[in-house]
Design a protein around this ligand. Structure first.
Ligand code: ATP
Length: 464
């Protein structure tokens, strides 16, 4: 295994500082399921809010929160019952389990498993990457989690945990259109949990069995798909850049014709350079797909409900769909990896911290879980009382952390490591002049600001 991988450092930081914990850890964990800790939930909420605001700021996009459980016929219509499967192979010798398409990519290109999407047609030529053993025949493995509705566990009561949020949008297309008096083109945005019984699960929160998606389905009349598709590609790419992702680490990858999903006529992935991946490191972060009229036509056929509309010229048509489909967790991982910076030898000037490696999480201010740390210079009552007063003043508008333990240098470093943009120190002079020191995470510049002006000061700092 490669040494000093950023992902390993981020996993360590995430656990130690309360971003992400392995689920059910005291029982040995549950494979590929993770819990977001006190700072992780803030990061994730900030990320979802940034996406939601980006989408809902548009006059042509409305929101939705559909249920995780849905009528099982939805999955028949969507093609998931029949086709949402991965090719599975087992090693006859060591019993390891792999996705055949991933293995094929490994052995053809000499890269790690869990990359690539080639079809497993050359399966005979591949062997177990762990022990070289012979592999079983390929079995198709459906990725949907099953459960039962009602007291009887029989096939009549069988339902599924949704593997994507999109279908909840399609089946509410007419309801939303009518209730909101929408005219095509318009979009419906949704953030919610999705579940996939993935065969290979690795790389922390990159591939999970329970995860969250942020999806927007844009309904069009099919006259201008290419242009709308290109617009959304650019908008979504720019969104990641606007929240601080380094341009070098982001790229588009257009799907080749033979790689397109059954419903798509054109598709592009926005890929991020995850340092754990082979082939240059780029892997999917979000997909932009032109789904044509496949989804609504299928729901029209399976439900018997009319999904078509009539345009101004009297032409009847089934609306087509351009979707942007991203993962909240995958995006959180990309933002964490991109923000993680190590400074060898440290950047502080105090002797105690000299030569120590320092970690700064350069998260965009909007994403940072804690916005301001309130630090009284000492635990003396008059200083802590003033610091608490300031905490009260700012706590309604910002997520804060109050910390009075350890040297001020150590406290700054604790905040740098979790990405807090500003540290506010109350010192003995503050008692005289009513001013506090504010330190900027990235430049480490410090300035004195009057306590009376703090609200206005931070309002400006956190304005877009
Ligand atoms: P992959 O090829 O990596 O399996 P996919 O093409 O199946 O992904 P989509 O079905 O297009 O993914 O889902 C849209 C987005 O949802 C992905 O871009 C990704 O960000 C996220 N996503 C999909 N599967 C998972 C998962 N198992 N864990 C975390 N996020 C996921």
């Amino acid at each position: 295994m490669e040494k000093d991988r950023k992902i390993d450092k981020v996993v360590n930081l995430a656990k130690r500082r309360g971003f992400i914990f392995p689920s059910s850890e005291i029982y040995g964990g549950l494979n590929s399921i993770y819990d977001y800790g006190p700072l992780g939930v803030e990061l994730k909420n900030n990320l979802k809010k940034a996406w939601w605001d980006f989408m809902l700021a548009r006059p042509d996009i409305v929101g939705l929160d559909s249920a995780i459980l849905a009528h099982p016929q939805i999955w028949e219509a969507s093609g998931h019952l029949e086709g949402f499967s991965d090719p599975l192979v087992d090693c006859k010798k060591c019993k390891s389990r792999f996705r055949a398409d991933h293995l094929l990519a490994v052995q053809k290109k000499g890269i790690k498993p869990d990359f690539g999407k080639s079809k497993p047609k050359d399966k005979k030529k591949i062997s177990c990457p762990s022990c070289g053993g012979e592999l079983t025949e390929v079995r198709q493995f459906n990725l949907m989690f099953k459960t039962f509705m009602g007291p009887v566990e029989d096939s009549a009561g069988q339902i599924y945990l949704r593997p994507e949020t999109a279908q909840g949008i399609y089946v509410n297309f007419l309801n939303s259109k009518e209730a909101m008096r929408l005219k095509i083109p318009f979009g419906i945005a949704q953030i919610g949990k999705a579940f996939r019984n993935e065969i290979t699960t690795e790389n922390f929160i990159f591939r999970m069995r329970e995860f969250e998606q942020m999806e927007m389905q844009y309904f069009v009349d099919g006259q201008n798909n290419k242009q709308i598709f290109e617009n959304f590609k650019k908008l979504r790419y720019d969104w990641y850049l606007s929240l601080g992702i380094d341009k070098e680490n982001l790229r588009f990858r257009d799907h080749a014709k033979d790689e397109l999903a059954h419903y798509a006529s054109q598709a592009t992935d926005i890929e991020y350079k995850f340092d754990f991946a082979g082939d240059g490191g780029f892997k999917e972060l979000e997909g932009i797909h032109d789904r044509g009229d496949w989804d609504l036509s299928r729901h029209q056929k399976f439900s018997g409900q009319k999904m078509s509309l009539t345009d101004d010229q009297g032409r009847e048509f089934v609306p087509q769909i351009i979707e942007t489909s991203g993962g909240v967790d995958r995006a959180a991982l990309a933002f964490l990896l991109d923000a993680y910076t190590e400074i060898e030898g440290g950047r502080s000037t105090t002797t105690e911290s000299k030569k120590e490696k320092e970690v700064v999480l350069r998260l965009d201010k909007r994403l940072a879980p804690i916005k301001i740390a309130i630090l009284p210079l000492s635990k003396k009552e008059n200083l802590t009382a003033k610091a608490r007063q300031i905490y009260q003043l700012l706590s309604a508008a910002y997520r804060l952390q109050y910390d009075e333990t350890g040297s001020i240098g150590k406290r700054y470093r604790r905040q740098d490591e979790i990405g807090t943009p500003y540290c506010l120190t109350v010192d003995f002079d503050s008692l005289e002049d009513n001013q506090v020191t504010i330190r900027d995470r990235d430049s480490m510049a410090q300035e004195r600001v009057s306590s009376n002006e703090l609200k206005a000061y931070f309002q400006e700092k956190f304005s877009l």
